[in-house]
Design a protein around this ligand. Sequence first.
Ligand code: NAD
Ligand code: UGA
Length: 433
Amino acid sequence: MNILIFGAGYVGLCTGATLCHLGNNITFYDVDATKILSLQNGKVPIFEPDLTDILQKEYNIQYTAEAKQAIEKAQIIFVCVPTPQNNDGSANLTYLFAAINQIIDANTIGKKIIVIKSTVPIGTNHIIGQMIKNVNYGNELFLASNPEFLREGNAIYDSFNPDRIVIGYKEEFVKDTMLELYDTINCPKICVDNTTAETIKYASNAFLATKISFINMFSQICDKLGGDVNEVANAMGLDSRIGPQFLNAGIGYGGSCFSKDIASLMYTCKHNNINSNILKGTVEINNSQTDHIINKLKMQLGDLNQKNIVILGLTFKPNTDDLRDAPSIKLINELLAQGANVKVHDPVAGISFKNIIPQVKIAEECTRIDHTILTITHDADAIMLVTEWDVYKKLNWERIKCSMRRGLLFDCRNALDAQKMRNLGLEYFGVGI
Ligand code: NAD
Ligand code: UGA
């Protein structure tokens, strides 16, 4: 099938790469002409394992900054544009409606399905349905809701191996075409009305975020009253009704979606007089986790003024260069506000982080990772591991400890072997352990 992807960002590029690999012709369109130019020159603007490989290997891919021609030849148009958060918590649908209007204004002939992949508030597909219906040639444009569940850092794997595919539809022809498109992907296909599809997406993200806040609340309980939150999570997770995933205590969730999707869902609830206090609790616990960790740090270091703190890992999770809503940003801003000197390292996002918080010093890149890290640990009072990149687990921690003024190690992700670190003489602290 001829598929057009509106929006060459995380979701757009991964969706297009996957559908191309499944044998479709893909055209990417983006309003950002610089991004399109860079893609045309073989440069993929995001760091996502396996994405560049697929985009460079597949032949049936085009990139364009001209929408009209691309719309004309497309049978299916995936809308993968941003839906960021407004100040009042609601989702900003400017980009989405701009994309839909562009498709309508192209005034092309022939049947086309517009597939909404962006995460949109419950009821948005209904509005888009009206927009399509209100144009003369409206019967040629059809609508499907196909929310995305990929995780950054695992996006390509998730696209080929999803737990389920959700298809919202009104016309049988739309359902059949979408099922044919995903035919070779082996997973349950949930075909529902558009509103249910939109709701599944919000319910899933809200539940995952709540699960994280739930275990983080217990990490605070363990830190105060004793107990080991890792063992609590492990034993809870063995109950098949609970399941082991998303029970890793840490510095709290970040990323481009959990916070904004929960805010948007809370806005929807508020405007429909629905009690969403469970979500309020999720957000409050997530916000309190950084303060909790800083308090633990201060219990060891006292006043943070002029203390040298090293941060390892800046992205909101490993295997991505995405810094959107990364917990490192809030943590570092707070450390700086309390007078600490902050030096940082991240395997991929150090330089972009400088644009967010210019006061930090970034590790000097050396040929060996251990040497790179040693450029910032000299005279450090504490190291805080904020993103659990694999490279940090394999560092020469003994050597690093010797370079420090005081060997405090705060593992904000419970990612390192506590006993091993203590055996090396480091003063190791985790979250809730
Ligand atoms: P992104 O910011 O990485 O990419 C969006 C792209 O759309 C940008 O390149 C932007 O220039 C482009 N764009 C904006 N307006 C456009 C228009 N009118 N026409 C064409 N292109 C346009 O965003 P993303 O992270 O890929 O997220 C997209 C949507 O998918 C959001 O609704 C998000 O909530 C949802 N989502 C994201 C993820 C994720 O892991 N990032 C996962 C599931 C769902
Ligand atoms: C999340 C969902 O997992 C995806 O299903 C969804 O498609 C996506 O949001 C979206 O809608 O954008 P993502 O944000 O890429 O995916 O990454 P996650 O693996 O969910 O991690 C989110 C945050 O939670 C990270 O900061 C991570 O470190 C944190 N986390 C995750 C924990 O603190 N503990 C855990 O047990 C799991």
